[in-house]
Ligand binder design. Structure first.
Ligand code: ADP
Length: 599
């Protein structure tokens, strides 16, 4: 707006620039050309009135002519349209009032035109507030004059001057031209503004399209990442299962002492690697929002016992005291929830507690904090006397792949995924983990979880199963194994040969269904991921067979362990049980025995 041009430079280009808004540019243009029209009109009026010998009107016209030139100069000097607009409006108001109350002592068409001009000009040029201000400043006196005139009241002793018809014509004509000009000018300005807005909207929608496609790309790549991870971990898990399975087999064949030690290391490392792969897969699944929580009946003390059983042995091997303290009120209660995920959370916390504690104790507590009969809130706590965590790192350790320090990685190993998984699993259920830790003294991880309580009373199962042992009765078992992986087949054959079982092999689900149709089997071990037809579909087909003996053959699914929601799918497709790969030989044997004896 305040670009200074040279004094004699009156070019419009000097005071207008694209930095100014459309409206401001329109205002400057309006003043620039409008002042030209006003100047020509006034010059015409002045010469017309001069010859009519009306002194007051002549002086007024002359003064206005000079002032118009001054305003034009101010405008072209620094482009300050606002000062010039105020100047013009004040001048118009003065002329209006002088005309009505002194010079003409009348309200004629020119007065009306002038008032309309002031109203339009003030609103367009200076906005609403000044628009109202100048409108009132011009309207009220005119109205007051009309009222006074109506009452025949005279209060000024001055003979009004008469306007000749030619003066009237010039003034009226010029005013109309100004009115038309202002409107057409602002119409154009608004029109251009609307076009610019439309263009902006088009640009915006172009941008939105680009953004949308970028988001889609990002989503696709994140999906590709998830799929890649899940395929990769499956691919890694398959040979890993073979490694662990082979170690199991070798351990079962009476190795020498030194061989046994090596095999134990091999098995331990394989199992460790498998846990890492499973963690990555599970984290990936949680991140992609594919976790569904189960709601099944279970007894918490029993669950805690089974989680902590192995951990107690591990901690005692390390010389640590281990204590599991479960609230007595929970003993007879049947709760509803997701025992698999609770196991995962507690197991991870206890593993960490043992891992990061050199001496002292690990205490696991479950306390009832609120009992409302049909709902119960339980506080879980895992406390250790280990290395502790620096207060500033408490948040970081819950981030994926984060460990407290590089020394942790070196000394204790791990992936830094455990706590990230726990945190997300709790968050998905609207829960929060709390950590209390002092470096060198120990840590306590706690969280509250709410469970619906069943009306039935828990009756502990009496385990009257005989300790498993491979006996000769199994040698007559006609077993079908549906498994596509050659190494796994070999592993199974070797394992089963220890129990004198010679299985029939189907390399995919479809083949398994065919073999069941034409042959007789006592039990089927069904891998789930197979080409042509997967294990679920094969089981469904078998269960649909017309011969009830075939339709009811016991089927044990062989699952890839990391998939937590697989259990439901296994049962839904009609299979009787499942074992997770890599399975413990005793576990498989136990399941085979229990199914073939009851069948
Ligand atoms: P990981 O155990 O594989 O390293 P986690 O996510 O389970 O991964 O733990 C992240 C980090 O949090 C650990 O590396 C360790 O620095 C710290 N941490 C977890 N639990 C404890 C604990 N009980 N005592 C001390 N530090 C712990």
């Amino acid at each position: 707006m305040s670009k200074r041009a040279g004094f004699f430079n009156v070019s419009l280009d000097k005071i207008i620039s694209n930095d100014q808004s459309f409206l401001d540019q329109a205002r400057i243009r309006l003043l620039y050309y409008g002042l030209g029209i006003v100047f020509i009109t006034l010059a015409a009026l002045f010469s017309n009135i001069y010859y009519q010998h009306e002194p007051m009107l002549t002086y007024t016209a002359l003064l206005m002519l000079v002032l118009t030139a001054v305003f034009f100069k101010i405008l072209t000097y620094n482009g300050n349209w606002s000062i010039v607009s105020h100047g013009l409006l004040i001048l118009a108001t003065l002329v209006n009032l002088t005309n009505v109350y002194y010079t003409l002592q009348n309200v004629n068409i020119i007065t009306i035109q002038l008032v309309i001009l002031v109203i339009i000009f003030s609103f367009y040029m200076l906005g609403q507030t000044y628009g109202i201000f100048y409108s009132i400043l011009n309207l009220i006196p005119v109205l007051v004059f009309l009222v006074i005139q109506y009452n025949d009241a005279y209060f000024i002793q001055h003979k009004p001057e008469e306007l000749e018809q030619s003066t009237l014509i010039i003034a009226i004509f010029a005013n109309f031209i100004l009115l038309i000009y202002i409107h057409s000018h602002f119409y154009n300005a608004f029109y251009r503004n609307i076009q610019a807005l439309r263009k902006t909207a088009e640009d915006q929608s172009d941008l939105n399209e680009k953004l949308e496609s970028a988001i889609q790309k990002a989503e696709k790549s994140s999906q590709a990442k998830s799929e890649f991870l899940s395929v990769m971990s499956h691919e890694i898990r398959t040979p890993l299962n073979a490694v662990i399975g082979m170690s199991n087999l070798l351990l079962m064949s009476n190795p020498r002492h030194d061989q046994k030690e090596n095999l134990e290391i091999l098995k331990f490392s394989g199992t460790n690697l498998l846990a890492i792969v499973n963690d990555v897969l599970d984290f990936n699944k949680i991140e992609s929002g594919k976790v569904v929580f189960e709601n099944i009946a279970f007894n918490l003390p029993e669950l805690m016992q089974s989680i902590c059983g192995g951990q107690k042995i591990k901690s005692e091997e390390k010389g640590l005291q281990f204590k599991l303290d479960v609230d007595n009120t929970l003993t007879s209660k049947v709760l509803f929830g997701d025992p698999t995920r609770i196991t995962q959370i507690i197991f991870n916390l206890v593993s960490n507690a043992i891992k990061f504690t050199k001496e002292g104790s690990v205490v696991v507590t479950t306390r009832v904090v609120e009992d409302r009969h049909n709902m119960i809130t339980v506080n879980f706590s895992v406390k250790d006397t280990g290395i502790g965590i620096d207060q500033s790192n408490i948040d970081t350790i819950f981030e994926p792949f984060a460990q407290e320090s590089i020394t942790t990685t070196r000394q204790y190993g791990g992936t830094g995924l455990g706590l990230a998984i726990i945190k997300r699993l709790l968050e998905l259920q609207g829960l929060k983990m709390h950590v209390n830790s002092v470096v060198g003294k120990g840590s306590e991880f706690t969280f509250n979880m709410e469970f619906p309580v069943s009306t039935e009373v828990y009756v502990p199962k009496i385990d009257n199963k005989l300790p498993f042992q491979a006996n000769d009765t199994l040698s007559h078992l006609r077993m079908l194994i549906a498994e596509d992986n050659v190494v796994n087949v070999m592993l199974m054959k070797k394992l089963l040969s220890k129990w004198n079982i010679t299985p029939t092999i189907a390399e995919n689900g479809e083949r398994a269904v065919q073999l069941v149709q034409y042959g007789n089997f006592d039990i089927i071990l069904m891998d789930l991921q197979m080409p042509i037809m997967n294990g679920f579909d094969a089981a469904i087909e078998i269960r649909k067979m017309p011969d009830p003996r075939k339709a009811n053959i016991p089927i044990i699914a062989l699952t890839a362990s990391a998939l937590f929601d697989i259990r439901e799918r296994v049962y839904n497709s009609g299979m009787n049980d499942y074992v997770s790969k890599p399975f413990k030989p005793e576990e498989l044997l136990e399941k085979i025995q229990s199914l073939t004896i009851t069948a």
